[in-house]
Design a protein around this ligand. Structure first.
Ligand code: 8YV
Length: 315
């Protein structure tokens, strides 16, 4: 049987590579030394692209594949896929929503706790002997009972807010419209006003051109010198230059970040700061969730090639 040819943009765990290679003829873009000539050679064979949330598929990649039918994204965010290029040619796009929601929310809340309670520094305090030499660890800030803002009450934002309720926090959220299922929480349409009434501001928005830099200087200064920003969405939702300035000059208290412009490289200014918690874009990074994401990527590919409805289409 002729297996459909697919372009794999980035690596997957071994447990996904094996069944993917069994079902498809897989061309590994990430292994190619000369990506342009690789694409012009294998592009005409390709019927589907399997990619990851942060890698997406560019217009150039899509255009190099004239027979492309589907882009299957391992990730809920599909902002890195050129949707206009897909729509022009009727190419379908799928993502992996729901299966990762709880893990992403967990990491956001864990980041808040870790940074607010100074857990990374406290660990060093034990390991480097400071505890014995210097005594008690410097006091940090409480989490429970304080004010939290959730910018974007989609699936992930909702699960973050639910978790924060367990900490008896005063919760508000911003979204395009008030959500009928969020009557326990205050709706504050304006992100600046939300930041103003928050000690902790969670960014849980699906990224798009419309949300680019929605967290800019104004939001950051409204959050203020005691406030903490937690980003588990995409770097593009935040004006990173404004964020770095605010963190450096003390206009913003602290930031817990799982995503960065140009990741995995990041602006070296972040590394000089001690009021940040830096994470390597791993909010969905549990064995359980990543297995479910990989399965959904393959299930969408299989459904497409069997002529069945896609499980989780976005285009
Ligand atoms: C990544 C993500 O896909 O869900 C998303 O949008 O960005 C992540 O889950 C994951 O890091 C694998 O690359």
């Amino acid at each position: 049987m002729n297996k459909p040819h697919i372009l794999q943009v980035g690596p997957y765990p071994e447990w996904d590579e094996v069944p993917l290679n069994a079902a498809f003829t897989v061309h590994r873009y990430f292994d190619a030394a000369d990506k342009e000539s690789f694409l012009s050679r294998i592009g005409p064979e390709i019927r589907a692209i399997a990619t990851r949330g942060e890698l997406g598929a560019s217009r150039a990649m899509i255009e190099a594949c004239p027979g492309l039918e589907l882009v299957s994204v391992y990730g809920v965010g599909f902002d890195a896929v050129d949707l206009a290029a897909c729509r022009e040619r009727g190419i379908r796009v799928t993502n992996t929503p729901d299966v990762l929601t709880n893990d992403v929310a967990d990491l956001g809340v864990a980041m808040m706790l870790c940074l607010s309670r100074g857990m990374i520094g406290a660990e060093s305090w034990v390991r480097d002997g400071s505890w014995a030499k210097k005594g008690l660890y410097p006091l940090k800030r409480r989490v429970w009972g304080r004010r939290a803002g959730v910018l974007g009450l989609g699936r992930i934002g909702y699960e973050v807010a639910k978790r924060l309720q367990g900490f008896d926090m005063d919760i508000a959220y911003s979204d395009v419209v008030a959500k009928p299922y969020a009557s326990d929480w205050a709706f504050v349409a304006d992100p600046v006003a939300l930041a103003e009434r928050s000690d902790f501001l969670f960014v849980t928005l699906a990224a798009s051109a419309a949300t680019r830099h929605i967290v800019g200087r104004e939001v950051l200064s409204a959050l203020g010198s005691e406030g903490m920003l937690v980003n588990i969405s995409r770097a593009s939702n935040i004006d990173e230059e404004a964020l770095l300035d605010a963190l450096e000059n003390g206009n913003l208290g602290s930031a817990a970040l799982d995503v960065f412009e140009g990741e995995p490289a990041l602006n070296p200014r972040f590394l000089a700061l001690d009021n940040v918690l830096l994470q390597p874009h791993h909010a969905s990074g549990t064995v359980e969730t990543r297995k479910a994401m990989g399965q959904l990527v393959r299930d969408n590919l299989a459904a497409h090639f069997a002529g069945k409805p896609l499980l989780t289409p976005v285009v």
